[in-house]
Design a protein around this ligand. Structure first.
Ligand code: ATP
Ligand code: MG
Length: 255
């Protein structure tokens, strides 16, 4: 049985943003969610963790309709980082401890603190642990946001453009950490991302959104020049570098 099933999901603001969306996600897999600005990537992630409610269709996690789960129970299964996150006058440590909220009754337990400490070490954040998040660089803060999501011990991690404001080294750093940690723990990841080549480096599955629908879904074989033209209106060349496809944009297609 898959970890996540998105079944006939429809969502609209004024018009349909998601139209009959269907796909499955396996435990421990790494999926890239691709599509142009406004394609509905963020909306889809929010429908998966029920920040937004589909008006039709359902989302099943471990076979259970999320509609039947409390917010707290969803948070124990799915963690999510938004496209933009505000830092605050809170330490890195406390900020990550918030990830334990679904498990904390009155006070954080020794176990909660142990998880936070392990994640701080794993993400090499020890030097920052007592600094305020609003005094960190964008890249440092992004790692804290990811750390908080991992502290939630989810079965599914949803990351909305986690690398968009990062330099090259930090893009690789964040993706490496997420991939390694989630593979070790068997956590499935869905990442909304604009850098197709970065997604090809890490993801084993790709969902291409276009016109409110899933245009293509599958392994790296769905990243073809034809599909890139259809989805992004850009003519591309596909090369193979280090055994992986590499997309080189050539020109925009003017309609
Ligand atoms: N709160 C809202 N109210 C009305 N329309 C919205 C709202 N949020 C998003 N939309 C619209 O829904 C569509 C999908 O937006 P969404 O943010 O999901 O796209 P996206 O694929 O994440 O884009 P981007 O790559 O720019 O982040 C867009 O047309 C957007 O204008
Ligand atoms: Mg978005």
């Amino acid at each position: 049985m898959g970890l996540l099933k998105v079944k006939n999901v429809y969502f609209k603001y004024k018009k349909d943003i998601l139209h009959d969306i269907n796909f499955d996600i396996e435990k421990g897999s790494f999926t890239a969610l691709l599509g142009i600005n406004g394609a509905g990537k963020s909306t889809l992630l929010k429908n998966i963790n029920r920040i937004l409610q589909p008006y039709k269709g359902c989302v099943l996690v471990e076979g259970i309709d999320t509609h039947k789960l409390s917010k707290n129970d969803i948070a124990k299964k799915i963690s999510y980082t938004a496209q933009s996150n505000a830092a605050s006058k809170m330490t890195v440590y406390d900020s990550i401890l918030i990830g334990r909220k679904p498990y904390i009754k009155l006070h954080a337990t020794e176990h909660d603190h142990k998880i936070v400490c392990e994640i701080i070490e794993y993400l090499r954040l020890s030097d920052y642990a007592l600094r305020y998040t609003n005094e960190l660089s964008g890249g440092e803060f992004q790692k804290v946001v990811v750390a908080r999501a991992l502290a939630q011990e989810p079965a599914l991690l949803l990351l909305d453009e986690p690398t968009s404001s990062l330099d090259l080294k930090n893009q690789l750093d964040v993706m490496d950490i997420v991939k390694r940690y989630c593979t070790e723990k068997g956590i499935a990841t869905i990442v909304s991302i604009h850098d197709i080549n970065l997604s090809l480096r890490y993801a084993d599955k790709f969902i291409l959104l276009k016109d409110a629908s899933v245009f293509a879904c599958g392994g790296a074989e769905v990243i073809t020049a034809d599909h890139m033209r259809e989805v992004y209106s850009v003519e591309v060349e596909l090369h193979t570098i280090a055994g992986k496809p590499f997309v080189v944009p050539l020109r925009q297609i003017r309609e």
